[in-house]
Design a protein around this ligand. Structure first.
Ligand code: ADP
Ligand code: MG
Length: 268
């Protein structure tokens, strides 16, 4: 397991600012005055008990759900800001935010390679796809992605033949083919073997600094492996933020979350 850790507070420009966001469903605040700031190139993990608002938080960033109040701002490298709360889902995706859901949505009867080509073209739109001819740049890009997600020897196999873990990696590869600035990844290690989990951790760490990443996860061993700065969500609000060790030792965090989960991780 890697012991390499970058400093927690790096003083680089922000890519995402979420401030004062509240979202209620039938009067119940799933997100409650949430403040969250992500630096360019950062790998952030989010933990929190079931119902803490983690997936809703991702829904708000990707435009799937609109906040009732508060702002969600994406900062461009050229200094411009975009209010994501005013953009539609596909527009936010085009601004460079990609999301991976828990269940992989790959095309099982297509090859691994073709899945990546399809994903590359998704960004270009229907018209471009209709007249698509594979360029050398595209091929090189796909080969690079295949290496990154360690599927370069599986390029010509049908995606349906991959193991569960490899399917998850392919889907991460499909996001990477679109070269997103920010990747949102919801519970990538769910259902994976220990070895696949560790490889997934290595993969995510290799993306740090090239992309910004927000990773939601329950598996504490996995969080320990990849954690830089950890955000603990509880009742739609940030309960605590800091290193894995500081968060793990925090009495409030232990009470709401790690008391249960921490025990389970130690027993495993
Ligand atoms: P987590 O991902 O941390 O487990 P969620 O974001 O899925 O939590 O859910 C947070 C809370 O908001 C839960 O109590 C859930 O029932 C509620 N919630 C989420 N989405 C909706 C929705 N579309 N309608 C009603 N309630 C919702
Ligand atoms: Mg969830």
């Amino acid at each position: 397991m890697s012991t390499y850790h970058t400093p927690l507070y790096r003083d680089t420009p922000l890519i995402l600012s979420v401030s004062g966001v509240t979202k209620a469903f039938d009067g119940f605040k799933a997100i409650d005055d949430l403040n969250f700031y992500l630096e360019e190139g950062e790998l952030r993990t989010i933990i929190g008990p079931n119902g803490a608002g983690k997936s809703t938080f991702m829904d708000i960033i990707t435009g799937r759900t609109r906040p009732d109040v508060g702002s969600v701002t994406m900062h461009e490298k050229d200094g411009r800001d975009y209010n994501l709360a005013k953009l539609r889902e596909f527009e936010i995706n085009r601004r460079g935010i990609g999301r991976k859901f828990q269940t992989p949505s790959i095309y099982k009867s297509h090859t691994v390679y073709d899945n990546l080509i399809l994903s590359l073209n998704k960004k270009r739109g229907v018209f471009a796809t209709l007249f698509y001819r594979e360029s050398r740049e595209d091929r090189e890009r796909i080969m690079e992605v295949l290496k990154t997600v360690r599927l370069d020897t599986r390029a010509n196999d049908l995606a349906g033949m991959l193991s569960h873990g490899q399917k998850q990696w392919l889907e991460i590869g499909m996001l990477l083919a679109q070269d997103p600035r920010l990747l949102l990844i919801d519970e990538p290690a769910a259902g994976m073997s220990d070895e696949e989990t560790e490889r997934t951790g290595e993969l995510l760490m290799s993306l740090e600094n090239k992309h910004s990443l927000i990773v939601i996860e329950h598996d504490m061993e996995f969080i320990r492996q990849i954690a830089r700065k950890v955000t603990v969500l509880h009742q739609g609000h940030v309960l605590k933020e800091g290193s894995f060790e500081s968060v793990k030792a925090d009495p409030e965090v232990i009470q709401v979350y790690l008391g249960r989960q921490g025990k389970r991780a130690e027993n495993n």
